[in-house]
Design a protein around this ligand. Structure first.
Ligand code: NAD
Length: 485
């Protein structure tokens, strides 16, 4: 497939749901392997990661074709946002795995002088990864890298909404692994539910907060541990001190890349009233610099499409709702469904009860709201569930510090957007409604590992705390409590 084939291909038939019995068989087959992997060495795991990295590189054309077929994703964008983060994750893990696996020695506390202690990381065991459609390869193989690094077996269930990518990943994994170690199970909700019925040691879920609740409830039945990478509305605050050109350039890219279908995309923007008009003008210029003349953006091969008709209709619905209530469109228009295209749409004058300010947008619609007093913007952000990302554009350090201190978010980028995802030394995750736990780099390795405390007694005085409690031991205990108290 070439750049000039603009329309996404028709979706192949959705994969048949896998039967509960087949899933159970796969799960059972992974148990002996999971036990064997506990003793796997860093060198063995690194070898698997290297082979995965090499395969990503060898199959990059197929990956680009699959992403284009599923939602018209531009090939360069596939390289930047699907292939690059996975190979970077694998490279980072290969370089550091030996040190991550080394037990971390801990100095004894005063009470336990005479002991040796360390934290050992052990594989969690049988892991389930359920992934979404919006970065279908990145958000499936990214966590897979961490799971392999940590020495686990994996069943990976990709989204049914990107079937070309799901099929390709199934082929790639079958090429590299025996299903008793890593396997891809294709299917939709029924398949996911059969998987969730099983007592996995760890479930790593990426998707919506609504389904995150279903996953956590299912995990509770077996007390499986979970990492939930969820979504929500990620706000942006643009202070009057911000550099407008940089703000517009980075924000517009972050909002409209992947057609706005990004968990950490800026969802809505609060801009200081003093610079609101200049900001809107800068955004229009930045948009045209990225995607060309507004009238011809639909022809631009660098601009992605909405994943399916259902999501297209949902986005059209929330835009119509805002428009009918008096919101104005600075760019874009109410879309028809040609080729699942929605123009980059900047929306202003939005009434507070418009749907666009209630649900996660997950598309190329950018509501812009004004503020005069930073406190009102902060209060509005804090009145909503804690977001996955919060972006701050300001030169004034006091403003940056105040926003950081008074809000909560999974992550924050300052004077840029989305780059926090690419920094492998930063944990990536949400808070409460936007997620539980972290991924990426060492944080990803730890998500798929159990941290086991190991203590060895050499010559501690712990025996003095045991009966029989004679005069001497009672005195010793009393002295110790008073000393530490
Ligand atoms: P989704 O929650 O609808 O689906 C995610 C996965 O869950 C899919 O594999 C799907 O088959 C499965 N699923 C759907 N319904 C299920 C059910 N009832 N029981 C069990 N499994 C079920 O999410 P999506 O539409 O694929 O992705 C969009 C959402 O994901 C957005 O909210 C976005 O913010 C979030 N997201 C978060 C991150 C992150 O890293 N935090 C990354 C990407 C997307």
């Amino acid at each position: 497939m070439t750049e000039t084939d603009s329309a996404p291909a028709a979706a192949p038939h959705a994969p048949a749901e896998k039967s509960a019995a087949d899933i159970q068989r796969l799960f059972k087959a992974q148990q002996p392997r999971a036990l064997a992997l506990r003793e796997s060495t860093a060198a063995e795991r690194i070898d698997k990661l290297r082979r995965l990295r090499r395969l990503m590189f060898d199959r990059r054309e197929a990956i680009m074709d699959a992403c284009h077929a599923d939602f018209g994703k531009p090939r360069a964008e596939v390289e930047v946002t699907e292939i690059l983060p996975v190979v970077a994750e694998a490279r980072h893990a290969c370089a550091r795995l030996k040190s991550w696996m080394k037990p971390q020695r801990k100095r004894p506390t005063l009470l336990l002088l005479g002991t040796q202690a360390a934290i050992h990381t052990e594989p969690r065991g049988r892991c389930l990864i359920i992934s979404p459609w919006n970065y279908p390869i990145n958000l499936s193989f990214g966590p897979l890298v961490s799971a392999i690094a940590a020495g686990n077996t994996v069943i990976l269930k990709p989204s049914e909404l990107t079937p070309h990518c799901a099929r390709l990943m199934a082929e790639m994994i079958a090429e590299l692994f025996d299903p008793s170690e890593v396997t891809v199970v294709q299917g939709a909700v029924a398949t996911a539910q059969s998987l969730l019925d099983l007592p996995f040691d760890h479930i790593f879920f990426t998707g919506s907060p609504a389904v995150g609740r279903v996953v956590m409830a299912a995990a509770a039945k077996h007390l499986s541990s979970v990492t939930l990478e969820l979504g929500g509305k990620s706000p942006v605050v643009v202070d009057a001190s911000a550099d407008l050109d940089n703000t517009a350039r980075t924000l517009v890219w972050a909002k409209f890349a992947n057609n706005g279908q990004t968990c950490i995309a800026p969802d809505y923007v609060y801009v200081h009233e003093d610079i609101r008009d200049a900001f809107l003008k800068a955004c229009v210029s930045a948009l045209e610099a990225l995607y060309g003349d507004q009238g011809r953006m639909a022809d631009n091969q660098d601009y992605c499409r909405i994943v399916n008709d259902k999501h297209h209709a949902r986005l059209r619905g929330i835009l119509e709702d805002a428009h009918e209530r008096g919101a104005r469109l600075t760019t874009g228009a109410i879309p028809d469904n040609t080729d699942r295209y929605i123009a980059p749409t900047i929306v202003t004058d939005i009434p507070a009860d418009a749907r666009i300010m209630e649900e996660e947008i997950f598309g190329p619609l950018m509501p812009v709201l004004g503020f005069n007093d930073l406190s009102t913007a902060i209060a509005d952000i804090n009145a909503r569930p804690k977001p996955l990302a919060l972006y701050i554009y300001a030169k004034d350090k006091a403003v940056i510090d105040r926003i950081l201190a008074s809000t909560s978010a999974g992550g924050t980028a300052i004077n840029t957007a989305m780059l926090q995802f690419l920094h492998k030394r930063l944990p990536f995750g949400g808070v409460n409604n936007s997620g539980i736990g972290n991924s990426h780099g060492h944080a990803g390795y730890r998500a798929f590992s159990h941290e086991r405390s190991v203590l060895r007694d050499r010559f501690s005085l712990a025996f003095l705390f045991r009966p029989p409690y004679n005069a001497f031991t009672r005195q010793f205990i009393r002295f110790t409590v008073r000393w530490l108290g």
